[in-house]
Design a binder for this molecule. Structure first.
Ligand SMILES: Nc1nc2c(ncn2[C@@H]2O[C@H](COP(=O)(O)OP(=O)(O)O)[C@@H](O)[C@H]2O)c(=O)[nH]1
Ligand SMILES: [Mg+2]
Length: 397
């Protein structure tokens, strides 16, 4: 006789209740053959669903597992029913956890998409308003309006361009003169930060930013310049997330004969500082963080405690759009960066981001990275250089 022929069904609100009833009737060795959820009868089937267990007495030869459990793997006949149930519950729980984790990830993804869209819409709106003002001629003379348009063509946010032109001396009526006046004004306005490789005091400088912007390469360049300037450099990385990230920095460390330490948790600093106590400049590379990964940025903030870390450079590509700049600034705000470091200037046609970054974030600029070569393609930022970049004619203009 098959197991299902002698099996009985038990219904209850919980598995435990149904199982207790089954064991009471069929004995403690009863075997659960299957379980399913039933909708309660009623208009809407409301309330907690009922659970139905199909249970056979233990003396009954158990039918081949797949007959009862369909596609589930076979369960050894001697395995007690309670074990099977526990396994099943664990399996179900795991599946539920996986599902809710996926739902959370999808919700996070949707939220950041909305944030991004709002950011972009805001930037577009600001541009449109500024454009509309310019189209109406606003209250500025034509020469000033021409220069505002040129600055906008150079990637400067329209609002920033107008503010800059309005703030510069107004007593010119030739666009070229207005342009020079604006350039002089911008140069006076821009702030740069002392580059850590040329600072005499012992400094711990960290470099943070999105993935692939050139953090590791820039750290290597600064380390090489520091070594050339006679500093003893120690390299530190918190990037244990990306495969090969530590090896990338280790390769540079070996070339420079600089020690390398990994900081994976805040407690690692004590050991790291002991090991690098002879170094006068500690450069901390970090893993790239997507602006979506808020928790990761918060975790990184714990790995870069102030005032132990003296300065945090937010590394961004010079080609970044105004809306992405706002998003990235927002994403990395938890780290309280105090320097801006621009990379990939060589891949850039216009340099408005350098001014947008300064005006929107109010952070001084430390370095400019102008290519892939280590250590050659690195410049210490100066207002004059940034001013020249801002006012350079865009290609094709
Ligand atoms: N064109 C150009 N490429 C750069 C510059 N800085 C870094 N890179 C390249 O960008 C890629 C990513 O650099 P990496 O330092 O690994 O970025 P990270 O993920 O921020 O650490 C590498 O191929 C670098 O050679 C730069 O200033 N200009
Ligand atoms: Mg890196």
């Amino acid at each position: 006789m098959s197991a299902t022929a002698t099996a009985k069904t038990y219904r209850a609100e919980s598995i435990a209740e149904a199982l207790a009833a089954a064991k009471k009737e069929l004995g403690p060795q009863a075997v659960v053959l299957s379980a399913r959820e039933l909708r309660r009868p009623g208009l809407l089937g409301a309330g907690r669903p009922l659970l139905e267990l199909l249970v056979a007495p233990s003396s009954t030869p158990v039918a081949p597992a797949q007959a009862v459990t369909e596609s589930r793997p076979a369960t050894p006949a001697e395995e007690p029913a309670s074990d099977q149930l526990v396994k099943r519950l664990v399996r179900d729980l795991r599946a539920t956890c996986r599902e809710s984790e996926m739902e959370r990830a999808q919700a996070r993804e949707a939220l950041s998409r909305i944030r991004r869209e709002i950011g972009e819409a805001g930037a577009t709106l600001r541009s449109l308003i500024a454009e509309a003002r310019l189209a109406r001629g606003c209250d500025l003379p034509p020469a000033q309006i021409t220069v505002i348009r040129q600055l906008v063509d150079n990637g400067i946010e329209p609002g920033n361009a107008e503010a800059l032109v309005r703030s510069a001396p107004q007593d010119f009526d030739d666009p070229a003169q207005v342009r020079s006046a604006v350039a002089r004004f911008a140069v006076g306005l821009l702030r740069v930060a002392a580059p850590p490789h040329l600072v005499a005091e012992r400094t711990v400088a960290a470099f943070v930013g999105p993935t692939g912007v050139g953090k590791t390469t820039t750290v290597a360049k600064i380390a090489a310049h520091a070594a050339l300037a006679g500093r003893t450099v120690g390299l530190i990385t918190t990037d244990t997330y990306r495969i090969g990230a530590v090896d990338q920095l280790r390769a540079y460390a070996e070339l420079l004969h600089a020690p390398l330490c990994v900081v994976e948790q805040p407690q690692d600093w004590e050991r790291t500082l002991r090991r690098l106590q002879g170094c006068s400049l500690l450069l901390v590379d970090s893993g790239g963080r997507s602006f979506r990964a808020r928790e990761e940025v918060e975790r990184l903030a714990e790995l870069l405690p102030r005032p132990l870390v003296n300065e945090i450079h937010l590394v961004l590509p010079a080609a970044i759009s105004p809306s992405d700049l706002r998003l990235q600034a927002q994403a990395f705000a938890a780290l309280r960066p105090d320097r801006l470091l621009w990379t990939k200037l060589d891949e850039c046609a216009v340099f408005g981001a350098l001014l947008n970054g300064f005006l929107n974030l109010r952070l001084p600029c430390s370095y400019l990275s102008t290519g892939q070569r280590v250590p050659e393609d690195l410049e210490v930022a100066t207002p004059e250089r940034i001013g020249r970049l801002l006012l350079a004619s865009p290609p094709g203009a």
